[in-house]
Write a protein that binds this ligand. Structure first.
Ligand SMILES: Cc1cc2nc3c(=O)[nH]c(=O)nc-3n(C[C@H](O)[C@H](O)[C@H](O)COP(=O)(O)OP(=O)(O)OC[C@H]3O[C@@H](n4cnc5c(N)ncnc54)[C@H](O)[C@@H]3O)c2cc1C
Length: 614
């Protein structure tokens, strides 16, 4: 069914894309000039991908934006000339409502990203194959198997691989496509469209919204992440042991699993020098006497000099997925599990394959590995609620752009590898993806600097302060909608930690020689020197910062304390037969470090425990 006023909505979205692109484009940069049809089309595609329960409000807001223009400029926005559109946008920006700011920020962000990634083509890639019959493209309406895995991220792929290699008959269902790691440029607009859930437009609701990102493709988050590896810190493990009664996580019990995963995905340090932007953070920390380290990554480096510095990320499609397929596992991509139920001692999973074909798979044992948001959503949708989706944790992250007098950034910068751990686990710092689109995004609170990014980007990089925090969230399926509602509440201490993190990060940047620092917070001007840090707030005001996270967990915590835990110490759902969780949902609390190392080690440990028992 088409939405009423479809044409008006389409025209308004296109007019807004044109107006914002004109505002954001450097007039002297030929590649940023109109026509902006590509940008408008990208925004319309992204709107169609965003969380489904947000689509009707977005459509209404677009129409409201268009109609309200009559009051201010005497005509609808989409039919107005450029100067009047500009005037109306200025007026709209000054409205005191959070929703109006969100609406504009949504369009500004997508416009900034698309404007600075125009050179890239948008050809849809073809999907990968495996040994004969292993990748099931046209699944039968009904099938049976011994073990069914839902989700093929690090949790699902490792579980599936180890079970298939032990001779079990395993099927792995994955909602997203099976694409090569190199099907698109890492951290590009194409990657958002191909491999991110909701086109990258997923958000945890709350007084301060937190944009989060998840993978939606075979390999899950491992296909789109930076590959930075940490083991679970010992103090975090001892909290889990004490507060959640998790068994079998003593150092000597977990170490073999960390070591095996590190070998399997080639965890290693860079063979050469780190990117300059990464070293800027490192040197700033050292000047202040703070601890900073190069974080190893799951990367393989060939001896050939050309590819040595970049290496290749050992994501799941490079490691455990091919092993799973060669061991006889069956992969069913483009298939989304909708509900699970128990019948006659077996699990029946109903799924949607492609655009609308319903399939049903019956399995003796079921592993749900759909990630920290989708796992609790699926379980709750299927009537399983006990401690499920009640205490989602994440690492809220605040950003700034630092500008240096000299060149620190380049097209082949690669992934920055340093992290400052002086204040860990409360605060961690790092350098993040710093291509022009991501810099433009980071500068949206500083319009003049955002406009100049095509000239200044080689002297700039994005840096982040990540907090462990004490806030938590919930995951709830919404009747009639595909996407679950995620809510997150930051505590007052979290807002203070974010401000403290921002201040310390800016201090490191100035210690390292930055000439300007642009905080990603509305209403805070650019900082010119270390004295300006005195003007930063003690706490971030709710709704003012553009917070993001790429680390989500704890929505089905493991442990023997049934008053808090959804699953036992090895992932079996409490009180339910033959149902397991094996993904980031298990981590009892925020680990304070990049989480995939923990997800992999626990998946391996739990899969081997399962095999020993059955
Ligand atoms: C941009 C980015 C950068 C990151 N960088 C790092 C890093 O450097 N280091 C680090 O340690 N961590 C990093 N992470 C986090 C890391 O990727 C995750 O912690 C990890 O992928 C979690 O693994 P998982 O198995 O729990 O779930 P996921 O990787 O989320 O996989 C879940 C899979 O299940 C599928 N699925 C979901 N619902 C269904 C359904 N109903 N039916 C079928 N399939 C379904 C999804 O499509 C997805 O493929 C990053 C994440 C992102 C997004």
């Amino acid at each position: 069914m088409s939405f009423p006023f479809q044409a008006q909505r389409h025209d308004t979205a296109c007019a807004l894309a044109y107006a914002l692109a004109t505002e954001l484009a450097d007039p002297a940069e030929p590649s940023l000039q109109p026509p902006y049809n590509d940008i408008a089309q990208f925004i319309l595609r992204e709107q169609a991908r965003m969380m489904d329960f947000l689509q009707p409000p977005m459509k209404l807001a677009t129409l409201g934006f268009d109609e309200l223009a009559w009051l201010v400029i005497g005509q609808s926005f989409h039919s107005a000339p450029p100067e009047k559109r500009e005037k109306f946008i200025r007026w709209w920006k000054n409205l005191p409502l959070g929703a109006t700011k969100d609406f504009l920020r949504f369009h500004e962000s997508l416009t900034a990203l698309a404007l600075h990634s125009r050179a890239l083509g948008a050809e849809p890639p073809s999907e990968l194959d495996g040994p004969a019959g292993a990748v099931v493209r046209d699944p039968p309406a009904q099938q049976r198997c011994e073990v069914l895995i839902i989700g093929s991220g690090p949790g699902g792929s490792i579980t599936g691989c180890l079970l298939a290699e032990a001779g079990r008959e395993v099927v792995m269902l994955e909602e997203g496509p099976y694409l090569a790691l190199e099907s698109c440029e890492p951290f590009s607009r194409q990657e958002m469209e191909q491999k991110y859930r909701g086109g990258g437009l997923t958000v945890a609701m709350g007084k301060t919204k937190i944009a989060y990102v998840e993978g939606r493709c075979v390999g899950g988050g491992s296909e789109i992440n930076s590959g930075l590896y940490h083991r679970t810190p010992p103090d975090i493990l001892s909290t889990w042991r004490k507060n959640f009664k998790v068994e079998g996580i003593a150092d000597d019990e977990l170490r073999p699993h960390f070591e095996a995963c590190e070998r399997d995905v080639s965890v290693s340090l860079l063979p050469g020098a780190a990117p300059v932007a990464s070293l800027k953070l490192h040197n700033g920390a050292l000047k202040l006497g703070w601890k900073s380290m190069e974080v190893p990554r799951w990367f393989r480096y060939e001896s050939n000099a050309a590819s040595e510095s970049r290496g290749s990320r050992q994501s799941m499609t490079r490691t455990f997925v091919p092993r799973f397929l060669h061991a006889g596992g069956k992969l069913v991509p483009n298939s989304r599990a909708q509900s699970i139920r128990q019948e006659g001692g077996r699990w029946l999973v109903r799924a949607e394959h492609g655009a609308g074909k319903t399939i049903e798979i019956s399995a003796e044992t079921l592993f749900v590995c759909a990630g920290a948001v989708q796992t609790p959503a699926l379980l709750r949708r299927s009537g399983l609620n006990q401690n499920i989706g009640e205490r989602l944790r994440l690492h809220p992250t605040i950003k700034l752009v630092a500008q240096f007098p000299e060149t620190i950034n380049a097209a082949d910068l690669g992934v920055p590898v340093h992290q400052v751990k002086e204040f860990s686990p409360r605060l961690s710092f790092g350098c993040s993806i710093s291509s022009p689109p991501y810099l433009a995004l980071g500068l949206l609170d500083h319009p003049g600097a955002a406009r100049a990014v095509s000239k200044t980007w080689t002297r700039q990089a994005n840096y982040y302060a990540m907090i462990t925090g004490e806030g938590y969230g919930t995951v709830r399926p919404l009747p009639g909608f595909r996407d679950p509602l995620v809510r997150y509440k930051l505590s007052a201490a979290d807002l203070r930690d974010l401000a403290d993190g921002l201040r310390k990060l800016a201090e490191m940047m100035f210690a390292s020689g930055a000439e300007k620092v642009y905080p990603g917070v509305t209403g805070i001007s650019a900082l010119n020197n270390v004295d300006d840090l005195r003007g930063l707030p003690e706490a971030i005001s709710p709704g003012k910062a553009s917070l993001i996270t790429i680390h989500l967990f704890s929505s089905c915590p493991m442990g023997e304390d049934r008053s808090k835990c959804a699953v036992d110490s090895f992932g079996r759902v409490h009180g339910v037969k033959n149902l397991y969780v094996a993904d980031a949902s298990l981590l009892c609390t925020a680990p304070g470090v990049n989480p995939q190392g923990s997800v992999m080690a626990f998946a391996r440990r739990n899969a081997l425990h399962f095999l020993n028992q059955k």
